[in-house]
Design a protein around this ligand. Structure first.
Ligand code: SF4
Length: 337
């Protein structure tokens, strides 16, 4: 498969008064053309920082993309791009949809003007052409009365509509990669499903590759091709959707899967919540970062970082349970096969 994006040994730190926070720790992954890749993990695991780094949106300082890190878009190193190239890269090559459209949209401009701005800057359209295109884009993201809606301000629209506007702006320049950072978090469940359906439909139409950033494995179940689970700045498991849902091998992935509400779970008691907190990323991490929260932790887990084990061409896990001498642990059966 052709790769559109390659991330190699990405290390990102934040320099704070308390010390250097190593938020992303040497992660590597690819995004194939036409693929949807989900980056999954709880708050602070490094998934949004990674997404922002791909667009060079991190404020430096305090953030620092460490030497040796590479982010290749179609072979071109994003870390080395100059300001002029970055301007066209953002929007025309890679675009991002943020979690909360209310804070991303400009409250003092009509939504039509905000879509037009992007078209006039990137596609050099005239005002009239951009006006017509803005209406077309609103129709494309299923906003009714598009001719009227373009004249409205963000506060006059519902949360779901505002997110559709964000999607319209992101797609206005036909980017090859779309990064959606928790695109459904601020929405109710019915609207969440509609937004995911819309993204799926548009992905097919525009042949876009998507990186979906989320803390909720339930959101990716019907959408992602591959899933990458992150914990404490590292990738702990990666695999196809089927491998993660039906044959995951990392205890943290099991915890995430267990916390997805299911219609099979009949009582409140059955809803799972992972105890403890992630490690402090300022302190040096020895051993497996999940040790303090893992019910299967062994002595070696405290001392040595687990090595990656390849379970198939697409399935990789970083856990000492894969070692031939480790005790055999039965995968929980409350999800998957
Ligand atoms: Fe748990 Fe050890 Fe595996 Fe880490 S390496 S997830 S502590 S069993």
């Amino acid at each position: 498969m052709d790769k559109i994006l390659e991330v190699k040994d990405l290390n990102i730190s934040f320099h704070t008064y308390a010390g250097e926070v190593k938020a992303v720790r040497g992660i590597s992954f690819d995004l194939n053309k036409g693929e949807t890749l989900a980056l999954v993990g709880e708050s602070g695991c490094g998934k949004t920082v990674t997404a922002k780094a791909i667009l060079r949106l991190l404020k430096t300082p305090p953030a620092e993309i460490k030497k040796g890190s590479q982010i290749l878009f179609d072979g071109e190193d994003v870390v080395q791009m100059n300001k002029k190239r970055l301007l066209s890269y953002r929007g025309e090559d890679v675009a991002m949809i943020f979690q909360d459209p209310m804070t991303s949209l400009n409250p003092t401009m009509t939504v039509g003007k905000q879509i037009m701005e992007s078209l006039q800057i990137h596609k050099k359209m005239s005002k009239k052409e951009a006006e017509q295109e803005a209406v077309k884009l609103l129709k494309l993201v299923n906003i009714p009365n598009a001719e009227e809606r373009v004249k409205q301000y963000p506060h006059e629209l519902s949360g779901g509509m505002r997110q559709r506007i964000m999607i319209a702006i992101a797609l206005s320049c036909n980017p090859k990669v779309l990064i959606a950072d928790e695109p459904t978090t601020a929405l109710d469940v019915t609207i969440q499903a509609q937004i995911i359906d819309l993204l799926r439909e548009l992905k097919e139409k525009f042949d876009t590759s998507i990186i979906l950033v989320t803390h909720d494995l339930g959101v990716v179940a019907n959408f992602a091709d591959r899933i990458q689970v992150m914990y404490a700045g590292s990738i702990v498991e990666t695999g196809t959707k089927e491998e993660i849902f039906y044959n995951s091998q990392h205890p943290y992935t099991w915890a995430l899967l267990n916390s997805v509400p299911s219609i099979d779970k009949k009582s409140k008691e059955e809803l799972y919540s992972l105890g403890g907190t992630p490690p402090d990323l300022i302190l040096p991490l020895e051993g497996c970062p999940f040790t303090s929260r893992c019910e299967h932790a062994m002595e070696i887990c405290k001392e040595r970082k687990p090595v990656d084990t390849c379970l198939s061409d697409t399935h990789r896990v970083s856990c000492w349970l894969q070692h031939p001498d480790a005790p055999k642990v039965k995968r929980p059966v409350s999800f998957g096969g």
